[in-house]
Design a protein around this ligand. Structure first.
Ligand code: AR6
Length: 168
């Protein structure tokens, strides 16, 4: 599995799957979630509503999949990161779960390239340095014969600098 760093907007990435930093409602929100629903169109929300009707809300650390609407990807994997509350052990475990469960779901769909945003490091206030370490570690520990490339998409400069160091 190769890793790559891209600075920019995840809605523009033509990967098989892009990951959304969603919330438990799955009904959209701000940040990257808002950008994905805006760019992808109403199909994504319709599928999210169907998932909710079937299974209820999506718990923190879990992941679900929809198609990608108008985005240049095949799938959007929606995962719910932890809201940072200072409990480092618990929050770290949940953030790692987000990456692992997203990769497991991607693998089950035959995804070869997957792009992640920096889950929980915006509105959910997870410390960026620690979040980056957890993201890179979880991805590197994930063995896959199917997934060939994982792209870390950094939107802000601070995350870009952190990931540059972590991936070297
Ligand atoms: N492409 C890639 N990354 C982005 C983009 C984009 N277009 N826009 C923002 N980011 P956040 P969270 C980065 O707040 O912290 C929503 O309301 C951003 O710089 O999007 O997990 C949801 O509905 C940051 O590094 O997600 C939830 O309620 C990272 O994406 C809540 O926010 C994550 O920031 C989730 O909070």
């Amino acid at each position: 599995m190769n890793t790559e760093l891209i600075k920019g907007d995840i809605t523009k990435i033509p990967a098989d799957a892009i990951v959304n930093a969603a919330n438990s409602s799955l009904l959209g929100g701000g940040g990257v979630d808002g950008a994905i629903h805006r760019a992808g169109g109403k199909q994504i929300l319709e599928e999210c509503i169907r998932i909710r009707n079937r299974q209820g809300k999506c718990n923190t650390g879990e992941a679900v999949v929809t198609s990608a609407g108008k985005l240049p990807a095949k799938y959007v994997i929606h995962t719910v990161g932890p809201v940072w509350n200072g409990d480092e052990v618990k929050c770290s475990k949940l953030l790692s779960d987000c990456y692992r469960k997203s990769l497991e779901l991607a693998e089950s769909l035959g995804v070869e390239t997957i792009a992640f945003p920096n889950i929980s490091t915006g509105i959910y206030k997870f410390p960026k340095e620690l979040a980056g370490k957890i993201a890179v570690e979880t991805v590197k520990n994930f063995q896959s014969e199917i997934i060939k490339k994982v792209i870390f998409v950094c939107f802000d400069e601070e995350n870009e600098e952190i990931y540059k160091k972590l991936l070297n």
